[in-house]
Design a protein around this ligand. Structure first.
Ligand SMILES: NC(=O)c1ccc[n+]([C@@H]2O[C@H](COP(=O)([O-])OP(=O)(O)OC[C@H]3O[C@@H](n4cnc5c(N)ncnc54)[C@H](OP(=O)(O)O)[C@@H]3O)[C@@H](O)[C@H]2O)c1
Length: 394
C-alpha cells in the first residue's frame, strides 16, 4: 500500500507506510533529505525527545528529477545572548532568492558596535540569529522578475536585514547599492555603514559648515575617524577625544585640530579652554553613559547634542530642564531612519563613495580577521583595543 504526496510541480514521491510512522515533527527534515536524494532512500532519524534509539525508515522516491541539494555555507550563529564566546561558526542553509531578492557571496564584512549590542541583547533580537549589518559582495543569483541586478555585480549593504556574518546570504535587492569599481572591497565594507552614519550626522542631523567648532568623541573609532576627516574637509574646527596616545596620533592625522585624551584629562575643562569659554556648536557623542553629561556642558548657547551611540552604556535620563539653561537641541538619530527610502539610501551611499574617490574619506581598515574568528574581533572592539574599522573576510 502506498500514497502519493506532491512536493513540487516537478517532483513526486511514493510514500511507503513507514514514512507515516516518522514523527510529524521530523517529517519536514525527512522531506528535505528526500528532495535531494536519488530514487530509493534509506533515512536514519534519531528521535531525541523520546530518547528512542536510532530508527531507519525506508522510503521509495521516484520522479522526473530531484531538486538540487540545499546550498550550505558557513556562518556565525548566536543561540544565546552573551559574551563573544556565544558566536558559533556553523553550516547554514542559504536559500534561493525569491521575487525581489538576490543572493550575494560576501567578500568583506564590516564589524560595527551595533553587532555587540545585538549579541549582548541591548537591542532585542530573537535567537537564533546570524549577526552583522554590513557587507560587500558579488551577486551569485537573482530572483525572478528582477532586471536591475545581474550575477557578477559588486554590491554593498548596510543595515537591515541582519545576517552579514555569513559566506553567502539572500537580501532584498532594494537594500543594496552598487560599489564603484575603483573602490576596494575591504574599503567599501569599512565605509558603508560607518560612512553613511557620518554623512547623516554631519550633513543631515546638524549641517556642519566652515567656521563651526565640533566635538567628536571616540575620534579614532570606526565612525569617529570618518567624522573627523569629513568635518575637517567641511572647514570645521575639530576637537576629538580618545583613550590613548596612539589613538591621539591617528585622530590628529584624520584632521582633529585638538585631541583630548579623555582617560587622562577632563575633556569639559579642555574644551572650555580650546574654545575660550564659548563652547562648541555640536557634539557627536557615541560613548553615551561616561560622556553624555559632560558633552552637554561643552555646548554653546543653542548648541546641538547629537547622541548616536552608547559604547560605554546607556546615558542616564535627562530632565528637559537640563536643556533650558542654554536652549539646547537634543537628538538621538539612527542611520536606518535617514536611509529609509531607496532615494535616501542611494544619496547617502553616493556621497560616501564620492568622498572616498576624492580622497576626503580614507577608510582605515586597521583590523582584518577571518569571519570564523568574529569572536576575537568582538572581544577586541569591546576592550577598546581597536581603532578605525574592523573587517571580517569569509
Ligand atoms: N545611531 C546610529 O545610527 C549609529 C550608526 C553607527 C554607529 N553608531 C554608534 O557609533 C559608535 C561607534 O561605532 P563603531 O562601530 O565605529 O565603534 P568604535 O567607535 O570603533 O568603537 C567604540 C569606541 O568607543 C570608545 N569607548 C569609550 N568607552 C568605551 C567602553 N566603555 N567600551 C567600549 N568602547 C568605549 C572606544 O574608543 P576610545 O578607546 O578612544 O575611548 C572604542 O574604540 C557606537 O556607539 C555605535 O553604536 C550609531
Amino acid at each position: 500500500m502506498s500514497s502519493a504526496l506532491s512536493l513540487s510541480s516537478r517532483f513526486h514521491i511514493r510514500i511507503l507506510p513507514s514514512f507515516l510512522s516518522i514523527p510529524s515533527r521530523l517529517r519536514p527534515a525527512a522531506l528535505r533529505l528526500l528532495r535531494s536524494t536519488p530514487t530509493g532512500l534509506s533515512l536514519s532519524l534519531r528521535n531525541s525527545e523520546r530518547r528512542s534509539s536510532l530508527r531507519t525508515f525506508t522510503i521509495a522516491a521516484s520522479g522526473s528529477s530531484p531538486s538540487p541539494a540545499p546550498k550550505m555555507v558557513k556562518a556565525i550563529r548566536v543561540y544565546e545572548l552573551g559574551g563573544p564566546e556565544v558566536l558559533k561558526w556553523e553550516d547554514v542553509e542559504v536559500g534561493e532568492p525569491k521575487e525581489g531578492e538576490i543572493r550575494v557571496r560576501n567578500k568583506a564584512i564590516g564589524v560595527n558596535f551595533i553587532d555587540v549590542y545585538h549579541r549582548k541583547g541591548v537591542y532585542a533580537k530573537e535567537t537564533p540569529f546570524t549577526p552583522g549589518m554590513e557587507a560587500v559582495g558579488v551577486v551569485t543569483a537573482v530572483g525572478p522578475g528582477l532586471t536591475d541586478r545581474q550575477v557578477g555585480d559588486v554590491v554593498a549593504y548596510a543595515g537591515n536585514p541582519m545576517g552579514s556574518y555569513s559566506e553567502e546570504q539572500v537580501l532584498p535587492a532594494s537594500v543594496v547599492v552598487p560599489v564603484p569599481p575603483s573602490i576596494d572591497h575591504k574599503i567599501a565594507a569599512s565605509v558603508m555603514l560607518k560612512g553613511m552614519t557620518a554623512y547623516v550626522l554631519l550633513r543631515r542631523c546638524y549641517k556642519v559648515e566652515a567656521g563651526h567648532t565640533v566635538l567628536i568623541h571616540a575620534a579614532a573609532g570606526g565612525v569617529g575617524s570618518l567624522l573627523c576627516q569629513w568635518a575637517n574637509a567641511l572647514g570645521a574646527t575639530v576637537i576629538g577625544t580618545v583613550s590613548t596616545e596612539e589613538k591621539a596620533a591617528q585622530a590628529a592625522e584624520d584632521g582633529c585640530h585638538h585631541v583630548i585624551v579623555y582617560t587622562k584629562e577632563d575633556f569639559v575643562a579642555r574644551v572650555n579652554e580650546v574654545t575660550s569659554g564659548n563652547g562648541v556648536n555640536v557634539v557627536y557623542d557615541s560613548v553615551g553613559k561616561d560622556t553624555f553629561q559632560g558633552s552637554l556642558s561643552c555646548l554653546r548657547s543653542r548648541g546641538f547634542m547629537v547622541s548616536f551611540g552608547q559604547s560605554s552604556g546607556r546615558p542616564d535620563p535627562v530632565p528637559l530642564s537640563d536643556l533650558a539653561s542654554k536652549s539646547l537641541f537634543l537628538t538621538r538619530p539612527s542611520l536606518m531612519h535617514y536611509t529609509a527610502t531607496r532615494d535616501e539610501l542611494l544619496a547617502a551611499a553616493r556621497e560616501v563613495f564620492a568622498n572616498v574617490a576624492a580622497g576626503i574619506l580614507r577608510g582605515r581598515v586597521n583590523h582584518i580577521y577571518p569571519l570564523s574568528d568574529a569572536a576575537r574581533a568582538h572581544a577586541d572592539l569591546e576592550a577598546r583595543k581597536t581603532s578605525g574599522s574592523i573587517v571580517l573576510i569569509p
